[in-house]
Every structure is written in structure tokens, then in C-alpha cells.
Design a protein around this ligand. Structure first.
Ligand SMILES: [Zn+2]
Length: 175
């Protein structure tokens, strides 16, 4: 998979942008969204009012990305490449996308539904096996090996250990 071709193909789909090359159009999206629409409004607010606005903006812009990824995953159900390496690269790329959006795969095993990482492991079949890899009750567990790309839902990823370490140790009893 050539990553660069993805960036070049997507942006020109947005009609009505002034730039003639993909990278000019890319710049236009940023200009329009941030510099053109958002920044002037943010700067019109007192500094302490800006943070909730930017937080809401990130939340709103995140949503269509999550939907696009879920739709791509739904369209990929049943997919299987010729070699283990290709299947593994596909699973790794999906997991990287999930990570970049703060998401996890919801393990579809009945009665489980824990947040998981999607992996393709070199076990069993020649082309590898797609599995849901998660920590359940402190133990690393994998569920549902399948040779074809499985159907699953994306859910928010749990806070990692580092984030937990930054939290106050004890919640105040009054809260
Ligand atoms: Zn599971």
C-alpha cells in the first residue's frame, strides 16, 4: 500500500477549492477550516472561553473520521490477502489508524465485547489468523481467530497506564 497516493486522491474530491494541485487543495482545506473560519472566531473570544470551543471542535471533526473508518472496516469484512505478510500489514495498518483516532476494536465474541487490538498472527492457516488481542482481568487473551477480516465495531480506546498514572490517586470522597 502506498500511503502517499491516498493523501493525493482524497483531497481533490472536495469540489470548489481554489488550488489546482492536490497539495494546494490540501492547504485550502486547512485555510478554510482553521485560518478562515475557526481562528478568527476563537480570537474573538476571551482566552478562557477558547478551550471549550476548541475541545468541541475536535470532538465534532473527529466524528466523521470515525464514521469513515467504520464504513471502510465494514467494506473490508471477509477480505483476505494472498500471503500472511500482506494480511499482517493490513491488520497493523488498521490498528495504527485506530490508535491515531484514540479507538479500539470491540471484540465481537459473544459475552466479551472488551476493547481489543486487531492483529494478524502467524498461527494455524498459511495466510495467518485475524484475532482480537486484549487484556481481560489482567491477562493477555486473544479471541476469534479467522482467516478473513472480521466484522467489528470501533469504540473509544481505554485510557492507557500512563494516563491512569496521571490521574489523582484517590477520588475525593465529597465528589
Ligand atoms: Zn474478546
Amino acid at each position: 500500500m502506498k500511503k502517499q497516493s491516498i493523501a493525493i486522491d482524497v483531497v481533490p474530491m472536495i469540489e470548489g477549492l481554489g488550488g489546482s494541485t492536490a497539495s494546494e487543495k490540501n492547504d485550502d482545506v486547512e485555510l478554510l477550516l482553521y485560518n478562515g473560519l475557526i481562528r478568527p472566531r476563537l480570537l474573538g473570544l476571551v482566552p478562557r472561553a477558547r478551550l471549550p470551543v476548541i475541545r468541541e471542535l475536535v470532538r465534532v471533526l473527529h466524528r466523521p473520521l470515525v464514521r469513515a473508518l467504520q464504513s471502510f472496516l465494514d467494506d473490508s469484512v471477509g477480505l483476505r490477502f494472498e500471503t500472511f505478510e500482506e494480511n499482517q500489514a493490513f491488520a497493523t495498518e488498521i490498528q495504527n489508524l485506530l490508535n491515531s483516532l484514540g479507538l479500539a476494536a470491540e471484540c465481537p465474541k459473544e459475552g466479551c465485547h472488551h476493547p481489543a487490538k486487531i492483529r494478524c498472527l502467524n498461527s494455524g492457516p498459511r495466510t495467518g489468523s485475524f484475532q482480537f488481542d486484549h487484556i481481560i482481568e489482567g491477562k493477555r487473551t486473544t479471541h476469534l481467530g479467522s482467516t478473513r477480516f472480521p466484522r467489528f465495531r470501533v469504540i473509544p480506546a481505554p485510557a492507557d497506564r500512563r494516563q491512569k498514572a496521571n490521574r489523582p490517586a484517590e477520588p475525593s470522597p465529597s465528589s
